[in-house]
Each structure stands twice: as structure tokens, then as C-alpha cells.
Ligand binder design. Structure first.
Ligand code: ADP
Length: 158
């Protein structure tokens, strides 16, 4: 059985993330979406909120499960019995950071590899921080996040 782990902040999940999850789920038998609890960042949504939003928007995909983790990704991947990390690439600006992360993870754990899915062109400009910024100023986010979470994002800025 092929398994992959897709880690990220998902603060909040966007249509760009969802596209990567759907495509990874077609490629691998099981995909673990892993929400990072990072105490050095001040997230808009708590880990449990991010997990439940991801569960909601991936409920139509049978082979996806959503978990959360703290600490080193390679350790969590091992705990899950996974040795493939999935990440998304939008533009060349993602490349340097993602390459560094992939090589670091490989150095920490040589049996773990990272594979990259390129973004759907229509989401190549899209990030969680853009969504947060637009919602903060009352702009429309319906083109950027799954329908079921739109009101949850606006609620954070009420
Ligand atoms: P992180 O804080 O780990 O970068 P993110 O939630 O911002 O977490 O992103 C998780 C992964 O999804 C990263 O690999 C990122 O490049 C990718 N990603 C984010 N937005 C998009 C998008 N619009 N299209 C494709 N991949 C994306």
C-alpha cells in the first residue's frame, strides 16, 4: 500500500491545498493530511479548528485522513508508517524553501523522500495569508476557499 503525508499550516485550508490533496489521493492509496502545531507562529485558527475544517472539505475523499503533529515532521511520518512527503509548488519563490526542507528531511531521515505537485494554474497566486488578508478587510474569498469554510473565516474578524 502506498502512503503519503501532506504537512502544512492550513490556516485556513484553501482551494489550492484541496487540489493538491485530491491529486495526491489519486496517486497514493492513503494520504495523511498533517496539520502543524507550531507554537512560534500565531495562527488564526487553532489546530483543532484547522483539523475539523480539513475533515469537512475532504469528507468526499475516502483515502484521506487528517491528523495533527508537533515537532519534527520526519518523526511524525515514521510514527504514521509513511515515507513519502507531499508538498505543493506554486512559483519559483516556493522552490528554494521547499528544496531546502526536502533536503533537510532527507538528511534527517534518508528513507523519506519528498514529492512535489505543481499547483493548478488557477491557484498559483493563492495562499492562506492572502485569504486572511482579504477576509480581514471584508473582501470576497469565495473563489479561494471551499464554500463550507467561508463563514468560519469571516467570523474570525467579526
Ligand atoms: P506551510 O506553512 O508548511 O508552508 P501551508 O499551509 O502554507 O503550510 O502550505 C502547505 C503546502 O501547500 C506547501 O507545500 C505549499 O507550498 C502548498 N500550497 C499552498 N498553497 C498552495 C496553492 N495555492 N497551490 C499549490 N500548493 C499550495
Amino acid at each position: 500500500m502506498t502512503k503519503a503525508i501532506y504537512p502544512g499550516s492550513f490556516d485556513p485550508v484553501t482551494l489550492g491545498h484541496l487540489s493538491i490533496i485530491e491529486r495526491a489521493a489519486e496517486t497514493f492509496d492513503e494520504v495523511v493530511v498533517a496539520v502543524l502545531k507550531n507554537d512560534s507562529k500565531q495562527p488564526l485558527f487553532s489546530v483543532s479548528e484547522r483539523v475539523s475544517m480539513l475533515e469537512k472539505v475532504t469528507s468526499h475523499i475516502e483515502n484521506v485522513k487528517v491528523l495533527h503533529f508537533e515537532g519534527l515532521l520526519v518523526n511524525f511520518a515514521k510514527e504514521c508508517g509513511v515515507n513519502t512527503i507531499v508538498r505543493g509548488l506554486r512559483a519559483i519563490t516556493d522552490f528554494e524553501y521547499e528544496l531546502q526542507m526536502a533536503q533537510t528531511n532527507k538528511a534527517l531521515s534518508p528513507d523519506i523522500d519528498t514529492v512535489f505537485f505543481t499547483t493548478d494554474v488557477e491557484y498559483s497566486y493563492l495562499s492562506s495569508s492572502t485569504v486572511r488578508e482579504i477576509a480581514k478587510f471584508g473582501g470576497e474569498i469565495d473563489k479561494f476557499v471551499p464554500k463550507s469554510i467561508i463563514s468560519k473565516v469571516y467570523d474570525k474578524y467579526k
